[in-house]
Design a protein around this ligand. Structure first.
Ligand code: ACO
Length: 329
């Protein structure tokens, strides 16, 4: 059998309407617009205010958009993977709720947890399913309602995150296109540099865990910043070297949007002109698993068949990686 490739044939996205600006955050915690902009690049982020709506709502909207844009019948979908750290429930998986909502009656569905690297790892999983010949069409979604695990009394973290979802459709190709190569890493975070202390089996929910705000994300920003800057730059350089790519060859860098300074360091290391870097952190902040598909969706009109993209992320786990994609449509 000739080699099969998994190409991205469409994108979809959803961001909530409510805009939480730096100015509004100034009224909530001891911070200021200038600090947030110069340290992170963030001006505002979107928040899903409706208490009845959760990650599956945003993931469903993103999935519906990609199905509509590609003219795909949901019954054609074989697999749905949702990357998220903020599932509606511990179980059932958010992907199962999306499967029901969109009527993908033939698909099996599951969630993947790799924090900010979640979309990249899910893209690899989905593309391997297609390359193996066992699946024809896979929906890969990155979605996070970060506002549900952010402590709005902690200025170190509450300024960073926003809510959103992005989706791509992967389809089988005979020609060399789509996901060409990937490099992924993990370095188990036994020091708890970036984690959600309670709610899992180690520290189930109790009055005490709620009183101590232990269900919110915690981050030791400085060491994570250092590791993220090194990790994203090194892995991007590594995937370029493996594929004989220079900064001239790469058409687009699609970086996880955690901090503008980390993105700039990665682009510099790759020798890329800043005009080739997708950046929307100013509008959305860090939407965890959603940042990369949100960029792909926003830039989709400017992408051409054959464009060479390097996707790269770093996140909790610790997890990081880069993926080389040739645009398929
Ligand atoms: N407003 C004003 N001052 C602040 C704020 C704020 N919102 N937050 C922190 N400060 C203060 C600190 O208290 C500190 O003051 P001190 O020196 O008196 O102690 C000072 O500003 C500097 O703090 P740093 O933590 O050194 O600031 P830094 O420049 O490192 O920026 C940041 C912090 C933006 C969090 C940065 O460390 C970062 O981006 N880290 C990496 C994030 C990342 O990539 N995470 C991985 C992905 S996320 C995921 O997987 C879910």
């Amino acid at each position: 059998m000739s080699k099969r490739y998994a190409g991205i044939t469409g994108t979809g996205h959803y961001v909530p309407e409510y805009v939480l600006t730096n100015q509004e955050l100034e009224t909530i915690v001891d911070t200021n617009d200038e600090w947030i902009r110069t340290r992170t690049g963030i001006r505002e982020r979107r928040i899903l205010k409706d208490k009845d709506k959760a990650t599956s709502f945003m993931a469903t909207r993103a999935a519906e958009e990609v199905l509509e844009r590609t003219g795909t019948d949901p019954k054609e979908i074989d697999v749905i993977i949702v990357a998220t750290v903020t599932p509606d429930y511990m179980f059932p998986a958010t992907a199962c709720l999306v499967q029901k909502n969109i009527g993908a009656t033939r698909a099996y569905a599951f969630d993947m947890l790799a924090a900010c690297s979640g979309f990249l790892f899910a893209l690899t999983t989905g593309s391997n399913m297609i390359e193996s010949g066992r699946a024809q069409k896979v929906l890969v979604i990155g979605a996070d309602k970060m506002s549900s695990i952010v402590d709005y009394t902690d200025r170190n973290t509450c300024i960073l995150f926003g809510d959103g979802a992005g989706a791509v459709l992967l389809e089988a190709f005979e020609e060399e296109t789509g996901v060409i190569d990937y490099v992924h890493y993990t370095d188990g975070d036994d020091q708890c540099l970036l984690y959600q202390p309670a709610g899992g089996s180690k520290r189930p929910a109790s009055h005490e865990t709620v009183d101590l705000h232990l269900h919110s994300l915690r981050q030791d920003g400085r060491p994570v910043f250092k590791k993220a800057t090194e990790g994203m730059a090194d892995v991007s350089a590594e995937i370029m070297k493996r594929n004989n790519l220079t900064g001239e060859d790469v058409d687009w860098l699609v970086p996880h949007q955690a901090n503008l300074r980390i993105i700039s360091a990665t682009a510099n290391r790759m020798g890329l002109d800043p005009s080739k870097v997708m950046i929307n952190i100013d509008k959305y902040g860090n939407t965890t698993a959603a940042t990369i598909p949100l960029c792909l969706c926003e830039w989709s009109d400017r992408l051409s068949k054959g464009d060479k993209l390097v996707l790269t992320a770093f996140g909790g786990g610790l997890t990081w990686g880069a993926t080389y994609v040739k645009w398929s449509v």
